[in-house]
Design a protein around this ligand. Sequence first.
Ligand SMILES: [Zn+2]
Length: 143
Amino acid sequence: MGIIDKFNDAQRVVAEKSKTAAEVSNLKRKILYEEERIVEIFADIGKKYYKNPNDDPASFKILCDDIDTRRRRIKRMRYELNNIKGYKICPKCDAEVNDRFQFCGRCGARLPEIDDTDFTSLEPNDYYTESSNNVFNADSTIK
Ligand SMILES: [Zn+2]
């Protein structure tokens, strides 16, 4: 292998790494955007109710559905993000598990492939993400 080939190889590795880094930051940015939108929609629901508590429930439903749509998007993007990083999140116990494993090392649950992961269902904790924790924890004391 000549010096030119070695150089090209090294260049290709660098290019692949920066492509992955770009994908990761792109996904993170999109997730953050959706999370911020969700917070705004929650505020909109609050304002709407404050102004007119007897408003047609259907008009609130539209906003709630919008939140769910964005939560599904976030769920999928978080899954893709983990896939790029080379690990899966256990659906049962939330442990980070190496991508190559089929079963969770902590609880033994079967780990889903991205193709059979259900992005339409939402678990109650699906919106408890790193950047939205403060917002959602703020109301978790109200029961
Ligand atoms: Zn597990």
